[in-house]
Write a protein that binds this ligand. Structure first.
Ligand SMILES: Cc1cc2nc3c(=O)[nH]c(=O)nc-3n(C[C@H](O)[C@H](O)[C@H](O)COP(=O)(O)OP(=O)(O)OC[C@H]3O[C@@H](n4cnc5c(N)ncnc54)[C@H](O)[C@@H]3O)c2cc1C
Length: 340
């Protein structure tokens, strides 16, 4: 039987989980990502001697499938539990959160699980896929950086946020285009701060409900981080949506003022980032979508919920379905041969 070649756009957690399972089952898989590295929204930014996790802050593991994956990551030493003191900070009042579900982080950075999965995969980075082409059932990709890529694929998977998938799919599949519609993904303005002196706050992270920031965390408290005092502050989705089209310089000023108001200090060095498609507005139960006539599928957190576990499950479950479908096809083609 000919080995199926699958092209995956997006090397975030969903694309990597899907590729891992497909490769395990004998598929040939090539991943493409527009960024310099893998991990997508589970990423870490380095700035000379300091750096911070500026996307996903930690993750939890609720279901059996993801718990088993987490076990592999723990054994490989690329994930640890984070025991930081987390509080709620409302109208000046500080209240410690009761610790119900363990929180995990990648070590030494949040992108470590993605890098771990990518080690065994074929990933081309800095390839922004801008167009898909299909000739007689063979798919090809066009990238902004290199034009028409030489590989031909039997199947294509888009493991990217819905607004980006919609653009690539629009000319090919009405069914998949519809699946991308009415999915609202909210933005998040993020401030990463380096401080020369440690902040004397009695907590490592805070959920905040009545300010510009909805999350503030001492990134350097996470295990195996650099010794420099670094903080990450994320604006609420509501505030970020209001300021999504405002210039970075103007937003920076507001974020820095807010940081000083809460912590009492100025940042010594800082960076800001806008996540345009940070999180889903409302949880969904779709898991993944396949157009089996065209051999294209969609996966990603946006088909379930905006968590690392959901992104992994979406990609993993899509791979399981594709493996099952390929077995059915094989049985069908064998019985066709027997009959004739
Ligand atoms: C600010 C923020 C805070 C968060 N906090 C948490 C948290 O605390 N806990 C938690 O569990 N989750 C959190 N999340 C959500 C979590 O990060 C995501 O649910 C998960 O990482 C999504 O994975 P994904 O693979 O579906 O998508 P992504 O990680 O977005 O991966 C998609 C990949 O596709 C690439 N791409 C997009 N378009 C193209 C193209 N045209 N060509 C090539 N490549 C392309 C991107 O570069 C990216 O690498 C947070 C997210 C953000 C942004």
């Amino acid at each position: 039987m000919k080995k199926q070649h699958v092209g995956i756009v997006g090397a975030g957690m969903a694309g990597l989980a899907c590729a891992t399972e497909l490769v395990r089952a004998g598929f040939q898989v090539s991943l493409f990502d527009k960024s310099k590295g893998v991990g997508g929204r589970m990423s870490h930014r380095y700035y000379e001697k300091w750096g911070a996790d500026h996307g996903a802050q930690y993750f939890t593991a609720r279901g059996a499938q993801f718990k088993s994956e987490l076990e592999t990551w723990m054994q490989a030493g690329i994930v640890q539990e984070w025991f930081g003191k987390i509080v709620t900070l409302n109208q000046g009042g500080v209240e410690e959160l009761s610790k119900v579900t363990p929180r995990y982080v990648g070590v030494p950075t949040m992108s470590s699980p993605a890098k771990f999965l990518a080690q065994k995969l074929s990933v081309s980075t800095m390839q922004t896929i801008s167009e898909l082409r299909c000739t007689e059932g063979v798919w090809q990709m066009v990238s902004k950086e290199q034009g028409l890529l030489p590989c031909g694929f039997d199947q294509i998977i888009l493991a990217i946020p819905s607004p980006q998938a919609r653009v690539l799919i629009a000319d090919h599949s009405t069914y998949l285009k519809q699946a991308c519609e009415n999915v609202v993904m909210l933005p998040c303005w993020t401030l990463m701060a380096y401080l020369k002196n440690p902040l004397s706050l009695d907590f490592d992270a805070a959920f905040i409900s009545d300010r510009i920031f909805s999350w503030l965390a001492r990134d350097s408290d996470k295990p195996n981080r650099s010794p420099y005092e670094t903080w990450v502050a994320q604006a609420s989705h509501q505030w970020s949506l209001e300021y999504v089209d405002v210039s970075q310089m103007q937003v920076e000023e507001l974020l820095l003022d807010e940081f000083k108001e809460i912590t009492g200090v100025d940042c010594d060095l800082y960076q800001t980032h806008l996540w345009r498609y940070a999180r889903l507005e409302a949880h969904r139960d779709t898991n993944f979508v396949i157009d089996s006539k065209l051999n294209i599928a969609l996966c990603g957190d946006w088909l379930r919920n905006s968590t690392v576990e959901d992104a992994w499950l979406s990609g993993h479950n899509l791979a399981k379905r594709m493996i099952w479908l390929s077995k059915i096809d094989t049985i069908h083609s064998m019985s066709t041969i027997n009959i004739s």
